[in-house]
Design a protein around this ligand. Structure first.
Ligand code: NAD
Length: 484
């Protein structure tokens, strides 16, 4: 039996094969005892008609090896193709996306030479659930789902990561001034978990100013934890301000399986030219080596890679006249790293991972007691495009519906109250949210909701969805409408 550690490898699309060749050559030359189970993913698989971009045997390989080194892939536009990255992350429970962004100044040009931050992005939830509907002629909806265990898990991961790697501060970024329930939950969990780590500074920024600060003074951040979409955006901003998207590696970590990749895409504009920078994938592979318990090989590669940058051997994306010694092809860059294996960088701080870095992090969630849930009303969404969309017309007609006291409370259009007493200036689409409650706020039954829906239909309205208004242990579980 081979004593080599088997890992799953995918060469991907575009520049993928070029950078994977370079990366594997470096891993082998550094003495990593690895066996590669190569699977096919991406464009070719999509074009075979497999909408997930991954064949069943690839899934078997991942189940067996539990470690995936993956080149970027091209997601064909439209046609119902699912993003393979999103599918892999969600199917294998890879809940933590870890993206270190570090400046390598003066060897890689950046305005922020002291930047050394790590973005920890929630990887399974948020708008990436892919649940989208066209509800009316005019209105399309994407569902944003945030769960309590999902939030707690990633926040605990961020604090454990900070502790493990000796980092001093964790900054949470949300938009909870607007999304008070969903983003508010994330922020609340952050405050709760932070109390268990008094040695680590905890801080919160609204995502818009947070992103501006990453672009303007990235060196003030240490670890950042955030929701899926915000994390996706800020990690490209952070990678770009450190010099090039071609440098960053990323780990997608779950309880069993982990996937390692470059943060950039398949770069079709330079595919096949042999000039792509393999550093992003190589840095992903370094994180993988630490993960599978080969920290010495990870250090050896990381140090040789830094020495290569210091010696001015640069691919085109980071080449600078006057500073770079050679504009290297992908292959020449890999050869230069291989030549320097065993050497340390002269002016940058050498990489030290240590045995401790290889220990898996134990993330334990707080046990929960079930809250008492009461149904107190229902929002009925209606597709209506008659009578010049006059809110008073739909409002007066819906007032006729009454299911044992469950009756119209207000109507909003795109979140703005339009009935009763709306402003005539408010622009209305064909999508109406009609809130039904009892006057005395008492609990209602599902039968009342069904009765109400029947009455709404009999009044001639096309209802398109309902959302229940619930109270959990006496705490309102829905946002108030604007003007409510
Ligand atoms: P991209 O990251 O592929 O390219 C953006 C720019 O950066 C291009 O000019 C490209 O030449 C340059 N670049 C990227 N990597 C480089 C490298 N290693 N060396 C030198 N230059 C590099 O982004 P895009 O053009 O928006 O996306 C192209 C395709 O990649 C799309 O199909 C997209 O869906 C896919 N994509 C895949 C992943 C992934 O598999 N993880 C991630 C992002 C995008």
């Amino acid at each position: 039996m081979s004593s080599k550690r088997k890992i799953t490898v995918a060469y991907g699309d575009g520049i993928g094969p070029e950078i994977m060749d370079a990366t594997l050559r470096i891993l082998d030359a550094a003495g990593a005892q690895l066996e590669y189970d190569v699977i096919e993913i991406g464009e070719k698989v999509y074009l075979k008609g497999i909408s997930s971009g991954m064949e069943p045997k690839a899934i078997d390989s991942l189940r067996e090896t539990k470690v995936f080194l993956k080149s970027p892939i091209t997601t064909p536009q439209g046609g119902g193709f699912k993003s393979l990255n999103v599918t892999t992350r969600k199917s294998f429970g890879l809940y933590a996306n870890v993206r270190p962004c570090k400046a390598y100044s003066p060897f890689v040009k950046t305005h922020f030479p002291k930047t050394d931050l790590v973005i920890i992005r929630e990887n399974e939830e948020d708008l990436y659930a892919g649940i989208e509907h066209r509800q009316t002629q005019e209105v399309y909806q994407t569902l944003k789902l945030i769960s309590e265990p999902g939030s707690e898990k990633i926040i605990r991961y961020a604090f454990e990561y900070a502790k493990k790697y000796g980092r001093k501060k964790v900054t949470c970024m949300t938009k909870d001034n607007i999304m008070k329930l969903a983003d508010g939950l994330f922020h609340k969990k952050f405050n709760e978990v932070a109390k268990e780590y008094p040695e680590i500074e905890a801080d919160h920024k609204i995502i818009d100013i947070g992103t501006a600060l990453i672009a303007d003074r990235p060196e003030t951040f240490d670890v950042i934890v955030t929701l899926n979409l915000y994390g996706d955006i800020i990690s490209d901003v952070a990678a770009q301000v450190t010099g090039s998207v071609g440098l960053g590696g990323s780990a997608n970590v779950g309880e069993e399986v982990a996937m390692f990749e470059a943060i950039h895409g398949s770069a079709p504009d330079i595919s096949g030219m042999g000039i792509a920078n393999p550093s992003g994938l190589l840095n992903g592979a370094v994180m993988m080596l630490v993960h599978i318990g080969m920290p010495e090989i990870a250090e050896k590669i990381s140090n040789a890679w830094m020495k290569t940058l210091e010696d001015g051997i640069h691919t085109g994306d980071i080449y600078q006249e006057g500073l770079s010694a050679k504009r290297a092809t992908t292959k020449e860059f890999a050869d230069a790293v291989i030549e320097r294996l065993g050497q340390l960088p002269s002016s940058m701080k050498p990489a030290v991972f240590g045995e401790e870095a290889t220990q898996p992090m134990q993330i334990k969630l707080t046990p929960k007691t079930k809250a008492k849930k009461e149904l107190v009303g229902v929002d009925v969404f209606i597709d209506w495009d008659e009578d010049n969309r006059d809110p008073n017309v739909i409002g007066e007609r819906l007032r006729k519906a009454n299911a044992d006291g469950l009756q119209l409370h207000l109507i909003t259009n795109r979140g703005v109250k339009v009935f009763p007493e709306g402003l005539r200036e408010t622009f209305c689409t064909d999508h109406w949210r009609c809130r039904f409650k009892t006057d005395d706020q008492r609990a209602i039954s599902h039968e009342q909701v069904l009765d109400l829906l029947k009455q709404i239909k009999d009044l001639g309205f096309d209802f398109i969805k309902t959302e229940h208004l619930c109270v959990f242990d006496g705490v309102r579980g829905y946002s108030l409408a604007q003007g409510e």
